[in-house]
Design a binder for this molecule. Structure first.
Ligand SMILES: [Fe+2]
Ligand SMILES: [Fe+2]
Length: 313
C-alpha cells in the first residue's frame, strides 16, 4: 500500500467513526402525513366517528423558556418599533425590509440543522416533507423581502447594515437553539410571526386609502399570480376559511372547520399585496403553533392557538 492510499484509508476510517458517533437511534415516527386532497378523501362510511377520535394533547412550553423567548423577541421588536415608527410614509418600507430580512432567517436555520443531521444519518419519517415546507416558507419570506426592496425599503445603507447584522446574529442563535430544542426554536418564530401579522394588519387598517391608490410591484404579481403555485401551496399547511380577519393574540384561536386550501389572490393594488403578505404571516404562525404544540404541521388539535407556558408545579 502506498503512502497516499494508506492516508486515504485512514481518513475513511476516521470519517466512518465520526459518523457513527452522531448516528443516534431513529426517533419514533411522527404523525406527519399531509391530509389527502378532497377528491381522494376516503368515503364517509369508512371514516371513524368523530367522537371516537381523541384530540391529541396540546403541549405547553417550559415557563422559563417561554418567558425568555418572549423577552428576547419583544425587546428586538420593540427596538425596531422605536427605530422605525409606522408613519404612512416611505420609511415604513424600510421597517418592513428590516423585519423581513430578519424574519426569514429561522427557516434557513432549520434547514441548515436538519440537513446536517440528515448527513449524519439522523432521519425520521416525514423529515423530507418538513424540510420542503421550511424551504417553501423561506421562499415566501424571500418574496416578501423582494417586494419591500421593490418599494425602496433597502435604499439606505444604514438600514441594510442593521438588517443584515441582525440577520447574521439571529441565524446563528437559531441554529444553536434548534440544535438543542426544536420546540423552543419554533416558539421563537411563532412569536415573531405573530408580531409580523399584527404589524401588517395595523398598517392595512390605518393606511388603506394610500395603499389602494398605489400600483402592484411586478415581483408581487409574478410571485402571487404568475409563478407555478407549488411552493405557495406547500407552506399553507393548516387549512381554514374564516381565520384571516382574526387576530392571533389574546384568546384568538383559529377554528379549523374546512379543508379548503387558501387560494392564490388577485392583485388590484398595493393594498391587496399587503393583505397577502399579512395572510402569509398568519399561515406561518399557524404552522409554527402546530409544530410547537403537536410536533406536527397540520391542524392536529382542530383549533390553532398561541402556545401557552406550562403551569407552575
Ligand atoms: Fe414575511
Ligand atoms: Fe413570516
Amino acid at each position: 500500500m502506498t503512502c497516499s492510499s494508506r492516508a486515504r484509508a485512514l481518513l475513511l476510517v476516521a470519517l466512518a467513526a465520526g459518523a457513527r458517533a452522531f448516528n443516534v437511534p431513529p426517533r419514533a415516527p411522527r404523525i406527519q402525513t399531509r391530509p389527502p386532497p378532497l377528491a381522494s378523501a376516503p368515503p364517509a362510511a369508512v371514516a371513524p366517528p368523530a367522537a371516537a377520535v381523541a384530540a391529541p394533547a396540546r403541549a405547553t412550553m417550559n415557563g422559563g423558556v417561554f418567558t425568555f423567548n418572549k423577552v428576547v423577541i419583544d425587546a428586538v421588536y420593540g427596538l425596531i418599533c422605536v427605530l422605525y415608527p409606522v408613519t404612512g410614509g416611505p420609511r415604513d418600507f424600510a421597517r418592513f425590509y428590516v423585519l423581513e430580512t430578519v424574519a426569514r432567517v429561522p427557516y434557513f436555520a432549520y434547514l441548515s440543522v436538519r440537513h446536517l443531521k440528515e448527513t449524519f444519518g439522523k432521519r425520521a419519517p416525514g423529515d423530507n416533507y418538513r424540510m420542503r415546507t421550511h424551504y417553501a416558507e423561506a421562499d415566501n419570506e424571500l418574496h416578501h423581502l423582494l417586494i419591500m426592496e421593490a418599494l425602496g425599503g433597502n435604499e439606505n445603507g444604514l438600514d441594510r447594515a442593521l438588517a443584515q447584522t441582525m440577520a447574521f446574529v439571529y441565524y446563528w442563535y437559531v441554529v444553536v437553539i434548534y440544535s438543542v430544542s426544536e420546540q423552543a426554536a419554533y416558539h421563537l418564530s411563532e412569536l415573531i410571526e405573530d408580531h409580523a401579522y399584527s404589524t401588517y394588519d395595523k398598517y392595512l387598517r390605518e393606511h388603506e386609502a394610500a395603499l389602494r391608490a398605489a400600483p402592484v410591484p411586478p415581483i408581487a404579481k409574478k410571485y402571487y399570480e404568475d409563478d407555478n403555485p407549488f411552493l405557495f401551496d406547500l407552506f399553507c399547511t393548516v387549512s381554514d376559511t374564516a381565520a384571516l380577519s382574526q387576530t392571533a393574540e389574546g384568546d384568538g384561536g383559529v377554528e379549523l372547520g374546512s379543508e379548503c386550501p387558501r387560494q392564490r389572490p388577485t392583485l388590484r393594488s398595493l393594498y391587496d399585496v399587503f393583505v397577502n403578505v399579512r395572510d402569509d404571516e398568519r399561515e406561518h404562525w399557524k404552522t409554527l403553533c402546530n409544530l410547537v404544540q403537536f410536533d406536527n404541521m397540520e391542524g392536529a388539535g382542530g383549533v390553532v392557538r398561541s402556545t401557552q407556558p406550562s403551569p407552575h408545579e
